[in-house]
Ligand binder design. Structure first.
Ligand SMILES: C[S@@+](CC[C@H](N)C(=O)[O-])C[C@H]1O[C@@H](n2cnc3c(N)ncnc32)[C@H](O)[C@@H]1O
Length: 274
């Protein structure tokens, strides 16, 4: 079968763009190759790999896991089913973070729940003299984050463990966190490919809870790990901004505020240590 024929056949089963990207993946060709050489043939092996990938996509598996890669803030990152697929709304955390650190200041930055490492790596690229530390409970996620740090030549001190526990008494100029915040039992966990993502990246697992258990731990522990004037910035769910601001106020943080993502949803809240 030709590349054009394979693309057409795959497009009958899945989205046309997804089909094209999977054809490019198995044939190791670019979009330009595909347009320039539509009559090139696929080998039997390529056809059977494409058929398997199209079947998985038709079954709801996210495209990023099939491609092994996802874009974040203009860079490509490796992703595996051990990590959350980076979301565009998380780019707001990067914007807010870089407004708060001088790019050449040698600031200490902590990324809690680093997953694929997108936040730590992106901040490392944008603030080349910052000293980066990143924590995750998942050793498998840390392996992916570490490969992304190498891919983008960013030096990051990775630590395995629960939130602040691997950090002793270390203090930071900036702490960013995108913790799991979907309430256990929320029907969204069954939709849009979420069943394929690590549940520990999505939900705090508290049955009957409000999804805020991890955010409470992150906000509750931040003050003793911030340097004077240092900021904590936390991503949260679309309806959690008020509750997170309340948690930040209770920790005595100053300049508490929430910021809206491109969908105009309050998506990140934060505060500063006096
Ligand atoms: C929503 S994902 C965020 C991943 C990445 N920072 C991003 O923005 O795409 C949350 C991450 O928190 C990690 N995590 C969950 N529970 C944790 C805990 N108790 N301590 C540290 N990390 C935890 C998960 O493994 C997951 O990688």
């Amino acid at each position: 079968m030709t590349i054009a024929g394979a693309w057409h056949a795959a497009s009958q089963r899945i989205d046309r763009l997804d089909a094209r990207l999977l054809v490019e993946q198995v044939t190791a060709c670019t979009h330009a190759d595909l347009l320039a050489h539509p009559a090139r043939s696929l080998s039997t092996d390529q056809l059977s790999r494409l058929d398997a990938l199209v079947g998985r996509r038709a079954g709801g598996e996210p495209l990023a896991y099939l491609l092994g890669s996802a874009a974040f803030y203009g860079r490509e990152f490796w992703v595996t089913p051990a990590v959350l697929i980076p979301r565009p709304e998380t780019e707001l955390l990067v914007e807010l973070a870089i407004e708060r650190v001088q790019p050449h200041s040698g600031a200490r930055i902590l990324d809690l729940g680093t997953g694929s490492g997108v936040l730590a790596v992106t901040l490392g690229c944008l603030c080349p003299e910052a000293r980066l530390t990143a924590v995750d409970l998942s050793v498998a996620a840390l392996a992916v984050a570490s490969s992304n740090a190498a891919r983008h030549a960013v030096e990051i001190d990775f630590r395995a463990g629960q939130w602040f526990s691997p950090l002793g008494e270390e203090r930071f100029n900036l702490i960013v966190a995108n913790p799991p915040y979907v309430a256990q039992g929320d029907p969204h966990l069954q939709q849009n490919g979420l069943p394929f993502e690590p549940q520990m990246a999505l939900t705090d697992g508290v049955v009957g809870g409000d999804g805020l258990a991890c955010i409470r731990l992150v906000v509750g522990g931040a003050a003793v790990h911030l340097r004077p004037g240092g900021w904590l910035l936390v991503e949260h769910g679309y309806d959690q901004a008020g509750a997170v601001r309340e948690l930040l106020h209770r920790q005595g943080l100053a300049d508490v505020a929430s910021w809206r993502d491109l969908s105009m949803i309050e998506r990140v809240s934060g505060g500063r240590l006096h």
